[in-house]
Design a protein around this ligand. Structure first.
Ligand code: PGA
Length: 236
C-alpha cells in the first residue's frame, strides 16, 4: 500500500531531516515493504539519502524562469525529486488554482515521468447537495487529466474532512473509491482526518490503496504505526 505524509507548512529543514530519519529507521528495522511518501515544505527539501520517497507539495510547470514565489524543475532536480503532489484542496481553494492550471502542471510533470499524486475531493456544499451532484463535482476535477498515466496516484480527500477531525463513514469512503476506480485504474489513497485511531479500518476498505495523512503524520510515531498497519493488512 501507499502511505503518504503531507507535512504542509510545517517542520523546518532540520526537523524534516530528523523526521525522515525516524521514519526510515522504523521502516528498515521492521522490514516494511510499503511505499512511503513524504511531502515536506518547499524550503525543507534537501539532499536526503533515504529510502523514503520525498516529493514536492507543488511545483510550477516550468524548468525555471520569472514566476515569483514558485519553484520549477531545476529546483526539484537539485534534490533528485521525481514525485509531485498536484491539486491539493488547499491549493485549489486557498491559493485559487484552477483546473486549467493544474492540468498544465500535470502534463508538464507527466512528460518528465514524475510520480504524480493528484488530489480530488468535494467541499461540504457539494456533499450536502446529494450524491449525483457530488460525483459530478469530483468528475470535473478529472477534466484534462490522463487517468491512465502509469505513474499516477489519485488521492480522494473530501475538503470538509481535511484538518477537521471529521471523516465520511467507512461505507461512504468505500463507495466513492469504488466509483472512482471506474474512472481510472490508478491506486487511490484516502485523505482527510486520518489518525492512528482510524487508519487501520480505512486501509482495510476495498478499493483503498493507501492514505494521505496531514496533521497526524506530524507525529512521526503515529505515521510509523500507520505504515505498520498497512503491512499487517497486507500479510493477513
Ligand atoms: P489532515 O490533512 O490529515 O490534516 O486532514 C490531509 C491532507 O490535507 O492531505
Amino acid at each position: 500500500m501507499i502511505i503518504a505524509a503531507n507535512l504542509k507548512t510545517n517542520l523546518t529543514r532540520k526537523e524534516t531531516n530528523e523526521y525522515l530519519k525516524e521514519i526510515e529507521s522504523f521502516v528498515t528495522s521492521k522490514n516494511l515493504t510499503q511505499e512511503v511518501l513524504v511531502f515536506p515544505a518547499m524550503s525543507s527539501l534537501d539532499h536526503n539519502d533515504t529510502s523514503i520517497i520525498v516529493g514536492a507539495q507543488n511545483a510550477y510547470a516550468t524548468r525555471d524562469g520569472a514566476f515569483t514565489g514558485e519553484i520549477g524543475l531545476v529546483h526539484l532536480e537539485e534534490f533528485a525529486i521525481k514525485t509531485v503532489l498536484i491539486g491539493h484542496s488547499e491549493r485549489r481553494h486557498i491559493l485559487g488554482e484552477t483546473q486549467e492550471e493544474l492540468v498544465k502542471k500535470f502534463n508538464y510533470y507527466k512528460e518528465l515521468g514524475f510520480k504524480i499524486v493528484y488530489c480530488v475531493g468535494e467541499p461540504l456544499d457539494k456533499r450536502e447537495a446529494g450524491k449525483s451532484e457530488m460525483m459530478e463535482y469530483i468528475t470535473s476535477q478529472y477534466a484534462g487529466i490522463d487517468t491512465e498515466y502509469e505513474n499516477l496516484i489519485i488521492a480522494y480527500e473530501p475538503v470538509w474532512a481535511i484538518g477537521t477531525g471529521l471523516t465520511p463513514s467507512l461505507e461512504d469512503i468505500e463507495d466513492i473509491h469504488t466509483a472512482l476506480k471506474a474512472k481510472s485504474t490508478a491506486p487511490i489513497l484516502y485523505g482527510g482526518s486520518v489518525k492512528v485511531t482510524n487508519a487501520k479500518e480505512v486501509l482495510a476498505l476495498k478499493n483503498v490503496d493507501g492514505i494521505l495523512v496531514g496533521s497526524a503524520a506530524l507525529y512521526g510515531e503515529h505515521f510509523c504505526s500507520m505504515i505498520a498497519f498497512a503491512q499487517e493488512l497486507e500479510v493477513q
